[in-house]
Structure formats: C-alpha cells, structure tokens
Design a protein around this ligand. Structure first.
Ligand code: GDP
Ligand code: IMO
Ligand code: MG
Length: 432
C-alpha cells in the first residue's frame, strides 16, 4: 500500500505525465497535488495523444480514482473543457474524478494580472505561462482567494465576490489602468461553473486516507520541476505553487502526513530543457541545441504554450541538487532516444563562477547566470534505441550513460524511456 510521489527533477516537462501513465497501471488512486493549468502533461495511448493540464494522468485507466488535491489551483472553464474533451474522446470521467473542496479557484483577474504584471516587469519578466496561476497562488497566500467550497455555495460565493471584485478592481484600475470587472458578470459566470463542478467536489484528503486504510496504492503526480520550486529553485525565475512543487509539497497538497510517503521517483530527461526566462548554464544556442529540440519524435515545444524549449546538456550539478531536495528513492530517465545520433555527449559536472569551481547550485541567480559549465565527455552510441525494451539490449555506451546518471543522482533508476509511446520503456529496478 505505498504512497509514491512522482516529481520533476529539472525545469519541468521531464515526461512526468508519461511516467505516471506507466506507474498508474498498478495504482488505485492517482492525484495531482500542486500547481494549476500552467502544467501540461502529454500522454500517448491507444486513444491518441492527450495534453492534460489539470486532470491526473491516471484518467485513462477506467478503474482508477483520480483526485485534484487541495494544493492545486483550478481554473473552472479550463477544467470543464478538459473533462468535456476527454469524454468526447471516449474517456469516462464522471464518478471517478474528485476535486478537493479546499482547492483554490483561479479567477478572471488572475489571468489579467499575470499578463499585465509580465508587461510591467519589462526586462525582468519571468516568462510565465500566462495562465494566471502565479497571481492565484499570491492571493491564496494573501488570504484573498476563493476556494472550491465557496464556488459551489451560491451564498458564500456572493459574499466572497462582494469583497473581492471591488478589492481587485482597485488594483486593475489604479495600478494597471484597465477597466474594472462587473460583480454581477463574475458572480453569474462562476455560479454556473460551481453548479457544473459540484458533482466532482468532495473532501479528497478523507478519500485518500480511506484508500490508504484499505491498503491501496496512491500515486501523487507532481507538476513543474524542482528547479522551478519557489524555495529551492532558480529564484525569481520560478513558479509560485504553494505547496511546493518538490516531493515534500505532496503531503500538504493532498492532505496526508509526510510519514505516509513511501517512495519518491524523480523524473529526468537525459539532457536539460527550460521554457521561460532565467539562467540555464548548459543551454546550447548552436546546432546541437537545435538537434536536441527538433530531433526524435515529439520535438521540444511547450505542452501548454507551444513555446520552443531551450535545450542543453545534462546538468549534473543541478540534478544532484534536486535529487537531494526531493530525497529520491528512485529515478526515471526519459528521451534517451533523442541522444541517439550524437557522437559525443557532454555532462556538466561543475560550474566556474568568478574563477571558483562550484559543485552545487548557487543561491544567487546572478552567479548562476555567470556560471560557465565544466563538461565531462562521454561517448555517444549512434544507434537507434527507440525499439529497445531491455537494458542489456541497449548499446554499451547508452548503458554507460544511464549508469553515469544513476551515479550522479545516487539513486537507483527504475525506468528508462526511449520514445513517447506507452510501450517505449525499459523497466529496471522496480518500485511497486
Ligand atoms: P511533463 O510536463 O513532465 O509531463 O512533460 P511534457 O509532456 O510537457 O513533455 C514531455 C514530452 O516528451 C512529451 O511530448 C512526451 O510525449 C515526450 N516524451 C516522453 N518520453 C519520451 C521519450 O522517451 N522519448 C521521446 N522522444 N519523447 C518522449
Ligand atoms: P509541467 O508540469 C515547464 C515555468 C514557466 C515559467 C515559470 C513561471 O508541464 O512540467 P508560471 O506560469 O508557473 O507562473 O510560470 O515556470 N513553468 C513550467 N515550465 N513545465 C511546466 O509544467 C511549467 N509550469 C510553469 O515557463 O518559466
Ligand atoms: Mg509539461
């Protein structure tokens, strides 16, 4: 009856959705615990390709229960559309998707403020996904949020909006110089969403605890990546999720205790990517960077915004750091196939900053921006791995590379993926 957290080890988009899709087969409950629809998780199965933003990746197994926990911020029209799209493609959602009554609601001013604030920041823009998720978490912390429990209660919603709409209009009009929102419009629109979402709403912490009492396996699906975490990531170019996007946030974001977590699986790409702004020491602006972005199936473009992802060599300094921050018990590696054509593969083992050699991630963003990567070179394999299903069938250089990363993370690797399709995976040391 383990509780397993799946967490991104880099700057997001490591392939968490694809790994959760594989692990979900043996779980009973699959739950999202943080972030909002800034996340985009790609799952490819017999029904086609799906990009999930709020619904957990377990939804494709008809007998699994899926939960959107209290730590998630929910944009109602986005969730309703996602449910509708899944249903129209033959995926049953009703009766098996449950939403926490304590989750926060993303309101129309959050989307506006996200966009306006990025403009106001000018050169200091974060490069957010523009979905309003950051401002929604700011309001959660600022005790000016609307929760799902209020959304589904007409009286509570009216009371809450009667305070919040004029309060937020001051910010919109005086700070950003845009027209105010009308209380009645917002109330009518969100009361309708509340009515439509009400059948999904429950105390999901109680649901998960009940499942654990019954000896079931619970999979907690992380969003974003460790280097985007508000506390431990590359501040201020991070996301604003509270609770944290690290594994430790999973307990709070789903309503269990930290002692109830048995395994933490860190997902890493075999190289690095980042969308949005902020330092990335191993970024490649040359033809190798282009090859990493465009090579192999499913090129590196954001699942949520479609922006090209910045690509570079595997950063072992940052990876070792994130493995530690999450207390990993296992790691999963993705996109090994993308490295197939390369004659030489580089790994960043240290940073040179102002004449000093650093082996860990500096707190200072300015120092990280100046960091020059120190590389170790490993031989490439220049053979197709997409069809390989057993570790000992990989080319020796590919095995060496996987073992090298395992050493960096000081964590056993449980799975290597060699393509985006469900079966393109090499199982290694088990978890469940
Ligand atoms: P997530 O946000 O961590 O779930 O990751 P995304 O879905 O945003 O991005 C991962 C991308 O890599 C998706 O397009 C996946 O289909 C794709 N992908 C996952 N694993 C592999 C793999 O092993 N090889 C290749 N070529 N693509 C993969
Ligand atoms: P998944 O779950 C990659 C990045 C944005 C930006 C920063 C802040 O698919 O891995 P935000 O909209 O959160 O205020 O943007 O965080 N970001 C992600 N990058 N994958 C994600 O999610 C991300 N969620 C946020 O690009 O740099
Ligand atoms: Mg993604």
């Amino acid at each position: 009856m383990p509780v397993i957290v799946v967490v991104g080890g880099q700057w997001g988009d490591e392939g968490k959705g694809r790994i959760v899709d594989l692990l979900a087969e043996k779980a009973h409950v699959v739950a999202r615990y943080s972030a909002g629809n800034n996340a985009g998780h790609t799952i490819i199965n017999e029904l086609g390709e799906f990009k999930l933003h709020l619904v957990p990746a377990g939804i494709f197994y008809p007998e699994k229960v899926c939960v959107i926990g209290n730590g998630v911020v929910i944009d109602p029209p986005v969730l309703l559309k996602e449910i509708e799209d899944l249903e129209s493609r033959g995926v049953a959602v009703r009766g098996r998707l449950f939403i926490s009554d304590r989750a926060h609601v993303l309101m129309p001013w959050h989307r506006l403020i996200d966009e306006l604030d990025e403009k106001l920041r000018g050169h200091g823009a974060i490069g957010t996904t523009g979905r309003g998720v950051g401002p929604a978490f700011v309001d959660k912390v600022g005790r000016a949020g609307v929760r799902i429990a209020d959304l589904v209660d007409r009286e509570a919603l009216l009371q809450s909006l009667s305070f919040l709409v004029p309060y937020k209009n001051v910010v919109l009009e005086k700070l950003y110089d845009v027209p105010p929102l009308r209380l009645e419009d917002v109330r009518a629109e969100y009361a309708d969403y509340g009515e439509r979402l009400e059948p999904f709403v429950t105390d999901t912490s109680a649901l998960v605890q009940e499942s654990l009492r019954n000896g079931e396996t619970v999979l907690l699906e992380g969003a974003q990546g460790s280097l985007l975490d508000l506390d431990m990531g590359t501040y201020e170019y991070v996301t604003s999720s509270v609770p944290s996007s690290l594994a430790a946030g999973a307990a709070i974001g789903i309503g269990i205790g930290p002692t109830q977590i048995d395994h933490v699986v860190g997902v890493y790409k075999c190289y690095n990517t980042r969308v949005g702004n902020g330092p990335m020491p191993t970024e490649l602006l040359d033809e190798t960077g282009t090859l990493l972005r465009e090579g192999g199936p499913r090129p590196e473009y954001g699942s949520t915004t479609g922006r090209p992802r910045r690509c570079g060599w595997f950063d072992a300094v940052a990876a070792r750091y994130s493995a530690r921050m999450n207390g990993l018990t296992r790691a999963a590696l993705t996109r090994l196939d993308v490295l197939d054509p390369l004659p030489v593969i580089k790994v960043c083992t240290a940073y040179r900053v102002d004449g000093r050699t650093l082996k860990t991630l500096p707190a200072s963003g300015a120092a990280l921006a100046r960091a020059e990567p120190v590389y170790e070179e490993l031989p490439g394999w220049r053979r197709d791995t997409a069809g390989v299903r057993r570790f000992d069938h990989l080319p020796p250089e590919a095995r060496e590379y996987v073992r090298y990363i395992e050493g960096v993370l000081a964590t056993p690797i449980c799975l290597v993926s060699v393509g985006p399709e469900r079966d393109q995976a090499i199982p290694m040391k088990g978890i469940i």
